[in-house]
Design a protein around this ligand. Structure first.
Ligand code: AMP
Ligand code: GLY
Length: 424
């Protein structure tokens, strides 16, 4: 069958690469794709981003399965549109995607359903927001209500920073329409984990656990980014914590959405904060898979992913049992110079090692131009290695990273450090 993956990042490269390995996949279109999906024999880039044009293409070409990577087309209603056109697509509807596209909706939903999350209030009036900040004190977290491409969250360590964030989001409107409302919430301490499941409206199929590294620099310093590396499994999610996340967060979310008349279908990503006592709180929902979490997760998935997606579309995820590679997968993101503020593109990339059983280089911001592979975005590659321990996977990934070259490449040296520091 023919398959379509929507998006152009490392997440989409990893999804398309895994889907293409199914014996049932004839080939996989990636729209618009990147330099990595262009260079792969079973993948084909499609230079279309308009959802109406994509749906027309999918009908004409008899695409039997579409999987959407990023949140922007989902929040714009691509799933609703494809379904209206009679096409099979895995992802949440625009209404269900409000769990990510409106932080105010997500917080109110969690409150209604007793899902653990940081205490909060939401504001459209700057004066009231400033008064609330004074009442609560720092540290405190200010979030733009809508999608802001990872730039909508300010973890303010002092009140001056928090007031500035409110002014920028509400008054200056630097985050576009997204900042017309802000959520101000309690600062949480602990360790973060990404918990991603597939949902068919009713049944929940958890994927392997993972942990991201959001800060640009080693030891979690520097500015927030889309994610500088990830590994799977995440040892912080012990079997006990796993059960609690399912019981306290995921199940009430999926059942609550169905109860409220907007059954959730698609990948559901809960960003969690877990404290030293093992208490957990939900930081955010995403209505998609994580990037770069997808890269190590897909590297470990052994089951036929086309079959899994079909069960998801038929409402029979309860019949699926996933099989995982027992090794640890660890992915190091290589980003372009200037990332995250002002990424420089157009640098030539050389010495990418070939795919091996224990090494996969997923592309994100890359493109073939003038006969050469060049940087074409902030996050460029995710170098993903598999090995029997976190330390060995880390060593294997950095051996490859050290050979790959492009001007001013930025990457962290310590991906996996929390897992390595854990006392077992
Ligand atoms: P979000 O997009 O909501 O996940 O926020 C981005 C990042 O900001 C998270 O991954 C956390 O590192 C941090 N963050 C968000 N909310 C909080 C909070 N309430 N307390 C502490 N850190 C937070
Ligand atoms: N890596 C974080 C995210 O995808 O939201």
């Amino acid at each position: 069958m023919k398959i379509l993956v929507v998006g152009s990042g490392g997440r989409e490269h990893a999804l398309a690469w895994r889907l293409a390995q199914s014996p049932r996949a004839q080939f996989v279109y990636v729209a618009p794709g990147n330099g990595g999906t262009a260079g792969h024999p079973n993948l084909k880039n499609l230079p279309i981003t308009d959802m109406r044009v994509l749906a027309a293409f999918a009908k004409r070409e008899r695409i039997q399965l579409t999987v959407v990577g990023p949140e922007v087309p989902i929040a714009a209603g691509i799933v609703d549109h494809f379904r209206n056109e009679g096409l099979k697509i895995f992802g949440p509807t625009r209404a269900a995607a409000r769990l990510e596209s409106s932080k105010d909706f997500a917080k109110a939903f969690m409150t209604r359903h007793n899902i653990p999350t940081a205490a909060y209030q939401s504001f459209t009036d700057a004066g009231r927001a400033h008064a609330y900040l004074e009442e609560r004190g720092a540290p405190i977290v200010v979030k733009a209500d809508g999608l802001a491409a990872g730039k909508g969250v300010v973890v303010a360590l002092d009140l001056a920073q928090a007031h500035l964030a409110v002014d920028q989001m509400l008054a200056d409107n630097q985050t576009g329409g997204a900042g017309a409302r802000v959520v101000i919430e309690e600062f949480l301490e602990g360790e973060e984990a990404s918990f991603i499941v597939m949902v068919d409206g009713q049944h929940i199929l958890p994927l392997a656990t993972s942990q991201d590294h959001k800060r640009l620099l080693d030891q979690d310093r520097g500015p927030n980014t889309g994610g500088m590396g990830a590994y799977s499994p995440a040892p912080i999610v012990t079997p006990g914590i796993h059960a609690r996340i399912m019981r306290e967060v995921i199940a009430p979310t999926v059942h609550g959405m169905a109860q409220e008349g907007m059954p959730y279908t698609g990948f559901l990503y809960a960003g969690l904060m877990i404290d030293a006592q093992g208490n957990l709180k939900t930081l955010e929902f995403n209505c998609r898979m994580g990037d770069p979490e997808t890269q190590p997760i897909m590297a470990r998935l052994k089951s036929d992913f086309v079959n899994v997606c079909e069960h998801a579309l038929e409402g029979s995820l309860d019949q699926v049992e996933l099989e995982w590679d027992r090794r640890t997968a660890l992915g190091v993101v290589m980003a372009s110079r200037g990332y995250p503020e002002a990424p420089v593109t157009g640098d030539v990339i050389t010495s990418i090692p070939p795919e091996a059983d224990d090494l996969l280089v997923f592309h994100a911001g890359t493109a073939f131009k003038e006969g050469a592979l060049q940087t074409n975005g902030g996050r460029v590659l995710c170098v993903t290695a598999l090995a029997d321990s976190v330390r060995m996977a880390q060593k294997r990934a950095y051996e490859a990273v050290d050979r790959i070259h492009f001007e001013g490449a930025q990457f962290r040296r310590d991906i996996g450090w929390r897992a390595l520091n854990r006392k077992h």
